[in-house]
Design a protein around this ligand. Structure first.
Ligand code: CTP
Ligand code: 5RP
Length: 421
């Protein structure tokens, strides 16, 4: 097993943990847990994920394996890793990669600052790649970098749009049933040809489902199934749930998933994935505050307002107190919309810092970045005339940054008592 980054698969970064789940930290979610989330919290299993990423992507018909194909200049697999990393109750993410792509994968982990990743060598088939990932987790106690989880998620590296919600559902169901997997209604009817290429029989579409990913298993169940299964299974099998049934007599719970769980397979799927990513980008906004203390007041207020006004807006809040690290991470996550709240300073210090980092990152080469610089007018501390004069500078800033595809506008809020919201 190879560590994915210097120092190996480091400890889980703090993040918005579902409360009560093992490893929960100070930033635990403030909203009440959903049913499935609450159920998971009660049982609090240790969860790891295995991502097979050792395929050649022959059906895509391009020389680069599809998991490394760029979408908006970022490799597809990086989106999938990001989707899993956001779920902070997933402790370890084991990725199976071919030897020839191992260095590229390590570079990618560094470049996009992926966390909690361990790399293993892929096998010649998907099942063998998954088995290698499971072995690394099983042997983890000796290794000290990984530990044997109670539940393991298996997810294809080429399904980038996996959400926490479905991960919770399959993990919770796996805890109860031993195995669980996401399914979708069939788009086309499945038919079975005979040896002459003529119709033998067809399946009743409404009674069958397409098996998608993610799937989750009690670790002992799926590991046992892989240890017992035949070379034929490892060579030709395509269904992990079937292995759990055949070798451990576990009937997997099937969970309805969203249409976005489809597997990127053909070239046109890359264009579809790009459209979905663009749509998600437009729904993501980051609020940057210039003070820590006011983050909860004003930042929270903005967050609530935006969530009320717009559907599917993703709001995160942070501060440029540690500009390099925090903001670089946000930019790496491809956020194109910012509200920058200047509370402490009467000028544009915070906005200026944000613009500097955005310019340096070159993020606006592909799409325009929108920045709304918010200022509060407190006439008791600063005379109105002086404040207005300062704020007029924003026009100059806006002209300047527009050349770099950054659209800046200013918002002045008359609110002498903003601190007492
Ligand atoms: N030896 C293999 C083959 C596949 N996979 C992974 O399994 C997932 C799903 O498989 P599939 O879509 O079939 O990928 P490919 O085998 O790469 O595609 P193709 O069949 O078109 O060659 C992918 O993330 C793929 O990288 C793997 O880890 N090891
Ligand atoms: O379909 C699946 C589940 O049943 C798997 O996601 C997997 O992608 C199948 O791989 P392959 O395309 O190699 O058969």
């Amino acid at each position: 097993m190879e560590p994915g980054q210097p120092g190996g698969s480091g400890p889980a970064e703090p993040g918005p943990l579902p409360r009560g789940v093992r490893g929960a930290g100070p930033k635990a979610s403030a909203s009440p847990p959903s049913g499935a989330e609450a159920q998971l919290q009660r049982c609090a299993p240790a969860v790891a994920a295995v991502l097979p990423a050792g395929g050649r992507g022959e059906r895509m018909g391009v020389p680069t394996p599809k998991q490394f194909c760029p979408i908006l200049e970022r490799p597809l697999i990086s989106y999938t890793l990001q989707a899993l990393e956001r779920v902070c109750w997933i402790k370890d993410i084991v990725v199976a990669v071919t030897g020839e792509n191992m260095d590229a994968m390590k570079d990618l982990i560094q470049r996009y600052q992926h966390k909690r990743i361990s790399l293993v060598e892929a096998g010649v088939t998907r099942h063998r790649s998954i088995f290698n990932g499971l072995k690394a987790l099983a042997e983890g106690q000796r290794d000290a970098q990984l530990s044997r989880p109670e539940v393991v998620i298996i997810h294809d590296a080429v399904r980038p749009f996996v959400e926490e919600d479905i991960l919770l559902k399959v993990v919770t169901a796996a805890k109860e049933h031993g195995a669980a997997g996401a399914v979708r209604p069939l788009v086309s009817t499945v038919i079975s040809p005979d040896a002459d290429g003529c119709l033998d029989h067809s399946l009743e579409r409404a009674r069958h489902r397409a098996s998608e990913m993610p799937q989750a298993f009690l670790f002992d169940v799926i590991y046992e199934a892989y240890q017992q299964c035949s070379d034929y299974d490892l060579e030709f099998g395509t269904e992990c749930l079937q292995l759990a049934l055949k070798y451990c007599h576990i009937k997997a719970k099937l969970v309805e998933g969203s249409p976005d769980l489809w597997k990127v397979t053909y070239k046109r799927d890359l264009y579809a994935a790009e459209s979905i990513i663009k749509e998600r980008i437009s729904e993501q906004i980051h609020i940057v505050m210039d003070t820590k203390e006011d983050e909860e007041h004003i930042g929270h207020h903005f967050e609530e307002m935006l969530k009320n006004e717009l559907n599917h807006v993703k709001v995160t809040s942070g501060s440029l107190c540690h500009p390099g690290r925090d903001l670089q991470q946000i930019i790496l996550e491809q956020c194109y919309n910012f509200i920058c709240v200047n509370v402490k300073t009467s000028e544009f210090e915070e906005t200026q810092k944000l613009l500097d980092v955005l310019t340096e990152s070159n993020i606006s080469i592909l799409y325009p970045v929108v920045v709304i610089s918010v200022h509060f007018l407190d006439h008791k501390s600063v005379p109105i005339g002086q404040k207005m004069e300062n704020l007029m500078q924003i026009r100059e800033f806006a002209k300047e940054v527009k050349k770099r595809n950054i659209l800046l506008c200013g918002l002045l809020i008359y609110c002498p008592q903003y601190l007492y919201y």
